[in-house]
Design a protein around this ligand. Sequence first.
Ligand SMILES: Nc1nc2c(ncn2[C@@H]2O[C@H](COP(=O)(O)OP(=O)(O)O)[C@@H](O)[C@H]2O)c(=O)[nH]1
Ligand SMILES: [Mg+2]
Length: 293
Amino acid sequence: MSKLSFGQKLKSLFGLYKGAGDDFFEELTDALIEGDLGAKTAVEVVDALEKKCRSEKISGEEVVAAELKQMLLSYIKSIDFMPEPSKVNVYMLLGVNGVGKTTTAAKMAKLYSEKGVNVVLSASDTFRAAAVDQISMHGEKLGIRVVRHQMGSDPSSVVFDACESVRASGGGLVIADTAGRLHNKENLVNELKKIDRVASSKADEGCYKKILVIDATTGQNAVRQAEVFHEAVGVDAVVITKYDSTAKGGEVVTIGKEFGIPVLFVCTGEKYENISGMNCEKYIDEFMTAKQV
Ligand SMILES: Nc1nc2c(ncn2[C@@H]2O[C@H](COP(=O)(O)OP(=O)(O)O)[C@@H](O)[C@H]2O)c(=O)[nH]1
Ligand SMILES: [Mg+2]
């Protein structure tokens, strides 16, 4: 059975536009909410769009679609991080359980080491033995060194050692995996802050980045996670995972709009190669027209 993708639905909705009429904008609001933009953002975006359509007497569906695209584009930003090879760089991956932190750490390790960067993986999810094994397995497969301690040890001491090791070898990049701790518990936020303090004191100036991993299939939950982590330690960029599945992707617009956090990578599968830089224009085009379910 063929099913219209969200983007195809949105596209066909524009066919109903006959000038600034209420029905169209209401339906557009619903469609954007369905696309994971969140109610607040959807209403704000559509209000602004409707105002513009009225004041400029916009009547063509292509023009309205183009206006919406520009508006959505204005909220999202891409960013590209390049480690400084002779310095100690730390990219810390944050996020709740299961979003894809460990997988993303491995993908990024491969990506940066292929660019000639000396990469060390820091197995800082010390809460479960399986987590340390999982990242060690990736390290072995990729030929990338993994700094690990025993399960249950202090995650910030793993980051500390990984940084020392990188400095001793003349510089490079520590990619730190972390536990998907329940970020709303005060003690766990404190622990996050402790790793953050260690990483920022060990990394050279300007070389420490906090990267929040979000699962694109979780919609507005991802927005709430961004809020909590951003408040706790300040997030420099997000990586979107599982964009290969039924994810619609609207939460990225909301994260950009509400918190101004840019997107570093988009991941579209479990393989090491399934990671690419963010192309905002392509992302919004897919959101509005093309992404298949
Ligand atoms: N389809 C898909 N699966 C992914 C992606 N990234 C991670 N996964 C899977 O999501 C699950 C959780 O990933 P993991 O890295 O262990 O998450 P963590 O708990 O945040 O470290 C694993 O089964 C991964 O293979 C992605 O981009 N697409
Ligand atoms: Mg993990």
